[in-house]
Design a binder for this molecule. Sequence first.
Ligand code: DQA
Length: 144
Amino acid sequence: MNKVLVLHGPNLNLLGTRQPEIYGRETLADIDAALREQARKAGWELVSRQSNHEGELIDAIHAARLDGTAGIVINPAAYTHTSVAILDALNAFDGKVIEVHLSNVHRREAFRHHSYVSLRADGVIAGLGSRGYGLALEAVMADA
Ligand code: DQA
């Protein structure tokens, strides 16, 4: 069965209550449940992980290199703007990578305008809220 990994970076465990005017009222569990259902309907297995720790996100990317994962949907959250290490890990992954941001990072503070992960991402979706994850998943599954 085709497999896709969804990775959520730091503070995204607080979705629903964290700055809902920016990030919306849906929880991470809501988002993951919808993605799992979308993948299931297409005959895909979806594994979802959230971590507040850079190294755990990197370990999950390394595991995806070895277990046949076809693509990664990643919202690296604040690590987007800081993490060469996550970029390096993604560069070592051969499948599709789609970067997602709930908010339109380009309409926000200047430090959010640069993304290390975009140097590797095959596609980037920002500003469409949780719908962005569904579109990213569609893109991974369409190309496999
Ligand atoms: C975010 C945008 C980042 O700048 C921020 O640090 C986040 C979430 C988004 O989904 O809009 O934590 O990735």
